[in-house]
Design a protein. Structure first.
Length: 273
């Protein structure tokens, strides 16, 4: 029998997508395969894509979603999932041009998902996520503009899908990054962007990251993000407690193994302080 934490991880990691797949609203099923003769089995492809994601075979899952979109370009589930997978795959490349190509593709998928269902939490999350990732490879001017553009999408994401931990994580990261704009960045925003993004704070960052952590306690990235903010705010005991909890989480991928290592190193540093 699988360990309890492992079973919880498998059932919760893709919960937003599984719920979305079951939706019957017109926006969620913008293309109904029953309406087209000789159509591909969209439901089967979506199930296969989900299974591949659970096996961490993201490139293969992305290919299945692209098959769905080849037959039904407005399929909401395939669009937002393809956006997220493109971001995930792109982050693994050290070559900036290849990473940028994946992020551009992700943005296109996300924008199409938003066009299909602008009140979908998943679509708003996908747009916010792609903007955040594009900011990591853009110039200072573009980066600040992207941070400002992110705000309405990430706020709508948590409003429309309040049980989606990934959306709360992006909101937490946005608050933390914007709250720490330096003087030059703030001056640049005032001069060229009509002012910096408003409403961000470290308190809101911690609240959002705690929400993400509580919704999915098996995702080690949430522990790491929350501990870093606690450390920055000199809430060292809270950081230690989160990192000790992180030590109980079983990493499932190479990326999670690296984050687990960082959590251990951070805890060791805090224990010595």
């Amino acid at each position: 029998m699988l360990p309890v934490r492992f079973r919880l991880l498998l059932t919760r990691r893709l919960l937003p997508g599984l719920v979305c797949c079951a939706l019957t609203s017109p926006a969620a099923r913008a293309d109904d395969p029953k309406d087209a003769p000789n159509a591909v089995d969209v439901s089967a492809l979506l199930r296969e894509a989900k299974a591949l994601q659970l096996q961490y075979r993201e490139s293969a899952a992305l290919a299945r979603y692209e098959q769905v979109l080849g037959a039904f370009p407005r399929n909401y589930e395939a669009l937002w999932q393809a956006a997220v997978l493109s971001v995930n795959i792109g982050t693994r490349y050290t070559d900036e041009s290849r990473r940028g190509a994946y992020y551009t593709s992700a943005r296109q998928f996300a924008d199409r998902a938003y066009a299909v269902n602008p009140k979908g939490g998943e679509a708003n999350y996908a747009v916010a996520l792609t903007l955040a990732q594009q900011a990591t490879i853009r110039s200072a001017r573009d980066r600040l503009s992207l941070y400002k553009s992110m705000k309405p999408y990430v706020l709508r994401a948590v409003e429309y899908s309040p049980t989606m931990p990934e959306a709360w994580q992006v909101l937490g990261r946005w608050n933390y990054r914007v709250a720490h704009l330096n003087l030059v960045e703030r001056a640049y925003c005032r001069l060229l962007l009509g002012g910096p993004p408003t409403g961000a704070s470290n308190t809101k960052a911690m609240e959002a990251l705690r929400r993400a952590h509580n919704l999915d306690p098996c995702r080690i990235q949430y522990y790491y993000d929350l501990a870093r903010v606690y450390q920055n705010q000199r809430l060292l005991q809270s950081a230690r407690e989160v990192l000790k909890e992180a030590a109980e989480v079983q990493p499932m991928t190479g990326e999670e193994l690296e984050i687990s290592r960082r959590c251990r190193n951070m805890l060791e540093q805090l224990e010595r302080s």
